[in-house]
Design a protein around this ligand. Structure first.
Ligand SMILES: [Fe+2]
Ligand SMILES: [Fe+2]
Length: 215
């Protein structure tokens, strides 16, 4: 599916961005640790609840971008379907949790998101570039971690759920990166993506003690 922009060019939407669902996204500066995997696998109920919150937050982040740049037609055309897809993921989690009798309860968030936001520069147009790339890196990290869960969880239903989500999270990374490349020179995008990936890796270097998707 493509969307026509006001200038007549075809715009990419989330489902159009090719990204092999199982191939590692090379932009991540580190692999997740064995300690993280063991922590979340030992607490599958908390992982599910946190993951449900993450999917809702991912939709919210996309919608927030649409509000911050309300006249950017290209951005809205790309991010509106992405936000819908994240809400579908949220609903998938709610359904699975409901079948297992798990209630959606509040969980305190790890510092990952707040620390990532401190890397976003406050002046435009750098703010837009950083916001797109940080959103992309969160998608890339989710993709990497869901891949680990799909391979290592013995609970088949959960492993299958994570395997099914991989492709869209990889596409979402590709879409955010493409949105950046449509607005900034590719060399500048790549350089900043590398810098932010280093920052993201540094944030995860110390394992948060609570089992979260982004501990
Ligand atoms: Fe998602
Ligand atoms: Fe996503």
């Amino acid at each position: 599916m493509t969307v026509l922009s006001t200038t007549g060019t075809e715009l990419p939407v989330a489902k159009d961005v090719p990204e092999n669902s199982t191939t590692a996204i090379r932009w991540l500066a580190t692999h997740s640790s064995r300690a993280w995997l063991e922590l979340v696998m030992a607490h599958p109920e908390q992982l599910l609840i946190d993951h449900a919150h993450c999917e809702r937050k991912a939709a919210s982040a996309a919608i927030r971008l649409m509000f911050t740049y309300p006249t950017d037609t290209e951005l809205s055309a790309a991010l509106s379907p992405l936000a819908r897809e994240e809400l579908e993921h949220h609903e998938l989690l709610l359904g699975l949790m409901s079948r297992r009798g798990i209630a959606l309860r509040p969980l305190d968030a790890p510092p990952y998101g707040a620390r990532l936001r401190t890397l976003i520069r406050s002046r435009e147009p750098e703010r837009l570039l950083d916001t797109l790339l940080v959103a992309g890196l969160i998608e890339a990290r989710s993709h990497e971690r869901m891949g680990l869960l799909a391979r290592h969880l013995e609970d088949r239903e959960l492993a299958d759920l994570y395997a099914a989500l991989l492709a869209s999270e990889a596409r979402h990374f590709g879409l955010y990166r493409l949105l950046a490349e449509l607005r900034f020179p590719r060399a500048a995008v790549n350089q900043r993506l590398g810098e932010l990936a280093q920052g993201e890796a540094a944030i995860l270097a110390r394992l948060h003690p609570k089992p979260r998707m982004h501990s």
